[in-house]
Write a protein that binds this ligand. Structure first.
Ligand code: PEP
Ligand code: MG
Length: 882
């Protein structure tokens, strides 16, 4: 009975059988074959064969072995290659493929089919003996270690000892003869361990390899992974056997990478790089700078045409920009891989809009296609085009990642990091980058490399970071020892400034004026779509009319937080503030506050005028008072003199105000409990400004007065009474009507715990998640940076809780306070104004717990609008699935 069941499917016959039977990889290869993408052909052994293997006592029944051998014949027919042949040998990869991806958990064997005969054929056909023997020795190692389960340690030692003996730095220094010698040693070792020769019959190799992949389904790491990810053991893994393609077989062979549209700008044009007679690794490692794809057209025009047609086919099928690897072997084109391509924010916008226009995706899909955080990079400046016109570049490279960077030259990543910490703006210049350069890349304004293409390390990493990057500027001559570089005949040192234009690939001498990026129509289009899906409102944290105007420009729907303390730092203001803080009596304090009132009033007036009919949330004074007092001796003396006080008296007051834990000290509404006159002055200024703005605008304005750091309803009521008394008095005096609201921040865990009580008196809650995180974790906002890296290194934390909301802890407090607050006061409106209000992951959480709005810095408003839309769409889709 069982023999009749089919366990092995060539890719060409497997379409539609599903991941359950073929595994993710097998299903993907069948799909590519089905739509007509030329891929190295092969077959998939189903997940049912895996169950059969275990049911048969961990052996492959004979009929399964025959079926596998039979399909090898099929590949031979398709490819014209011979398994174990002495010319044009067929080599295959054997890979696992579960229903869901389990990266690195199971086994893979490459170049299977190599033996003394086929290796000679591979060497002569690639003209590269070193390459052939490197493949061979790797295959023996993989087979011994993976298929036969023997530890690799002794074989690794054999390689190391050659390197040591010959003083080689890396594996690439090994010669063809070294590798041949290694093959002999590996085989002798195999014989010693297993008491038999290394199998030269490729069919024996294949059956062993397939068996080992099935066996690896049950290895300890796969079991742990499955448990962690709720993957049932009963699923089993499929095995794909696929022919290997070689791009280094001469002039009609080659390899390359391609994007179906520009990953930098989104322009609808295939962007590809090609290296004739090369392996994929040569391109990715940036060892050789690839050529334009036109070189393929010149050598193999038919292949070039097929290449372009296939890319179009894949885009239409996958409905997104594709990032592909391809190989041409003896004039035959193969795509090795395709996936949705990484792209810059500008490219993502253009591609999303274009795909909507091409009717490939819906507007809703387009909104999900642009990573919210990536919009940041669109909102940053570029070089002034007028200035650029006047300049001649000193070098040209590839425009790997857009932006405008200016800085002094650093030659190593460590140097870039150090000098950045010391306050310098740096451009990191390297021959090429590698992963250990990451810290320097983060620190630099921009990165310039001499070697590498658009898919080299520097290009990929910088694009991911949204950082300006120019790669492959081959005219730059770097002398790392002398710490100089030569460009256009001039020697530059670490004292010199250069500028990079990441959108064109040009390098310039000196500093260049920058301008704000003009947002394209596509930005407006996508934002309009986003706005139509989101339910969460987006406000801005803004303290000045300038910030407020910027916020409105970016679509803010109100101010969610005005930190009034930021308004006291102007020259005359700080003097009056200090006078108020040092006052001995209430009368003195009131006098100083009276002098501050006009400043506050005019600032608030400016905000109301900028925001027009949108809500403006103004928070009463929050920081501890010592923050406003001078520290330096001469400033203290100056203040004492101006206030006609002794220096000693001023010093005594400063030391009296000093606190061991100022963030847990005399701050927030505690100041109003001690000095109600502060809250009174601020309320007066807010209400007077609102009344004036209302008159001048000709329509109502809505001030929200927010009390910081509340922890108890009686405390909130105390401050609220002060506010209401003054506000009503001012409104009455004006003869106008004004609707205002008094609410509170929720930023102390006790306030969240007692939200149902506080909500009976508050019109609104605004979660101050900066303090709420600080107080819930017991981590100082100012100092945690010192030790948090240890928490990331030890995997105790994976994210900075001050950046992305801790959903399980702090988030739980937020959720509870929203639910209980609303139950006590159904008209309560709730928002968040901590830094998390601009973080996309946190925004999704805030959407899901039902906040009315998030508030963030003006530049992050578009990010928040898009993130809010994505959260709404995802929630809608998840609900529909249920
Ligand atoms: C907060 O604590 O989250 C907040 C917005 O207030 P601040 O950052 O001013 O303390
Ligand atoms: Mg706070």
């Amino acid at each position: 009975m069982q023999q009749e069941k089919k366990y092995v499917y060539p890719f060409a016959e497997a379409y539609g059988l599903g991941k359950e039977l073929l595994g993710g990889k097998g299903a993907g290869l069948a799909e590519m074959t089905h739509i007509g993408v030329p891929i190295p052909q092969g077959f998939t052994i189903t997940t049912e064969a895996c169950s059969l293997y275990y049911e048969s006592g961990k052996v492959l029944p004979d009929y399964l072995v025959s079926a596998i051998k039979n399909e090898v014949k099929g590949i031979e027919k398709i490819t014209g290659k011979h398994f174990g042949g002495n010319h044009n040998p067929l080599l295959v990869s054997v890979r696992s493929g579960a229903r869901v991806s389990m990266p690195g958990m199971m086994d893979t064997i490459l170049n299977l089919g190599l033996n003394d005969v086929t290796v000679a054929a591979l060497a002569s056909e690639t003209g590269n003996e070193r390459f052939a023997f490197d493949c061979y020795r790797r295959f023996i190692l993989m087979f011994t270690n993976i298929a036969k389960g023997h530890p690799r340690i002794e074989m690794d030692k054999m390689l190391e000892s050659i390197k040591e003996h010959k003083h080689y730095k890396g594996d690439t220094d090994l010669t063809a003869d070294d590798l041949k010698g290694l093959v002999v040693k590996y085989k002798a070792h195999y014989k010693k361990v297993f008491g038999e020769d290394f199998p030269s019959d490729p069919y024996i190799q294949l059956i062993e390899a397939v068996t080992s992949v099935f066996r690896s389904w049950d290895n300890p790491r796969a079991n742990v992974y499955r448990k962690m990810n709720n993957i049932p053991y009963s699923w089993g893994t499929a095995v794909t056997v696929q022919s290997m393609a070689f791009g280094n077989k001469g002039d009609t062979s080659g390899t390359g990478v391609a994007f179906s549209r520009s990953p930098s700008t989104g322009e609808k044009q295939v962007f590809a790089e090609y290296l004739p007679n090369a392996q994929g690794e040569d391109v990715v490692a940036g060892i050789r700078t690839p050529l334009d794809i036109d070189s393929l057209r010149k050598i193999l025009p038919e292949v070039h045409k097929q290449f372009l047609d296939t890319i179009k086919l894949m885009e239409t099928h996958y409905k997104d920009m594709q990032d592909m690897e391809f190989t041409v072997e003896d004039g035959k084109l193969y795509f090795l891989q395709t996936r949705n391509g990484k792209r810059t924010a500008a490219a993502a916008l253009k591609i999303a809009c274009d795909l909507v226009d091409e009717k490939l995706i819906t507007e809703e899909e387009a909104v999900l296609r642009v990573e919210a955080k990536s919009l940041d990079s669109l909102l940053h400046p570029s070089f002034d085009p007028k200035e650029l016109k006047k300049l001649k570049s000193i070098g040209e490279g590839l425009p790997a990642s857009p932006g405008a960077a200016t800085g002094k030259i650093a030659f190593t990543a460590a140097e870039a990091h150090k000098r950045h910490e010391a306050g310098e703006k740096i451009v990191l210049v390297r021959a090429e980058t590698s992963p250990e350069d990451i810290e320097g890349m983060v620190a630099a304004e921009g990165i310039l490399t001499m070697r590498g293409g658009m898919t080299s390390h520097a290009a990929v990493v910088a694009r991911g970071m949204g950082k300006c990057c120019v790669v492959g500027c081959s005219t730059v001559e770097i002398d790392e020892e002398a710490r100089t570089l030569k460009l256009s005949g001039k020697i530059y040192t670490d004292k010199d400034i250069i500028s990079l234009d990441g959108s064109t690939g040009s390098v310039y001498d000196g500093d260049i004026k920058r301008v704000e990026t003009a947002l394209t129509g596509q930005f407006g289009r996508l934002m309009a779509w986003a706005d139509s899906y989101r339910t969460l409102r987006v406000r801005a944290n803004a303290d000045t009319p300038k910030d407020a105007d910027q916020a409105v420009k970016y679509g803010a729907e109100g101010i969610g937080l005005c930190r009034t303390e930021h308004m006291f730092f102007g020259k005359d203001r700080i003097f009056n503030m200090r006078k108020m803080i040092l006052a001995e009596t209430v009368a003195e304090r009131e006098k100083a506050l009276e002098d501050l009132l006009p400043y506050q009033q005019s600032d608030f007036y400016g905000l109301f005028m900028s925001m027009k009919d949108k809500n403006v949330n103004i928070r009463l004074l929050d920081p501890p008072l010592h923050e406003f007092l001078p520290q330096e001796e001469d400033k203290i003396e100056e203040l004492a003199k101006a206030l006609n006080l002794s220096v000693e008296h001023v010093k005594n007051r400063i030391s009296f105000l000093h606190e061991f834990n100022p963030m847990m000290g005399h701050r927030g509404c505690r100041l109003d409990v001690s000095y109600p006159e502060i809250g009174k002055m601020q309320t007066r200024a807010i209400i007077r400004a609102a009344l004036q703005a209302q008159k001048d605008l000709g329509h109502a304005v809505v001030p929200e007065i927010m009390v910081p750091l509340v922890l108890e309803i009686r405390e909130f009521k105390f401050v609220k009474n002060i506010i209401v008394e003054i506000a009503d008095e001012e409104i009455k005096k004006s003869g106008q009507e004004l609707h205002y609201e008094v609410g509170t921040m929720i930023e102390i865990p006790r306030a969240a715990l007692l939200a149902s009580e506080i909500a009976t008196e508050a019109k609104f809650f605004s979660f101050g998640t900066n303090d709420l995180t600080q107080m819930t974790f017991g981590f100082s906002r100012d100092d945690a940076g010192k030790f948090l890296p240890d928490y990331y290194a030890t995997k105790i934390f994976e994210q900075d809780p001050f950046q992305t909301i801790d959903q399980r802890g702090v988030g739980r407090l937020v959720k509870m306070a929203v639910v209980e607050g609303r139950a006590a006061n159904p008209t309560l409106h709730v928002g968040v104004c901590g830094e998390h209000g601009g973080d996309p992951v946190s925004i999704e959480f805030f959407h899901n717990v039902g906040l009315d709005y998030v508030s963030c810095s003006p530049f992050r408003v578009p990010v928040a609008r898009l993130a809010a839309a994505q959260a709404a769409i995802k929630a809608k889709r998840a609900a529909a699935k249920k």
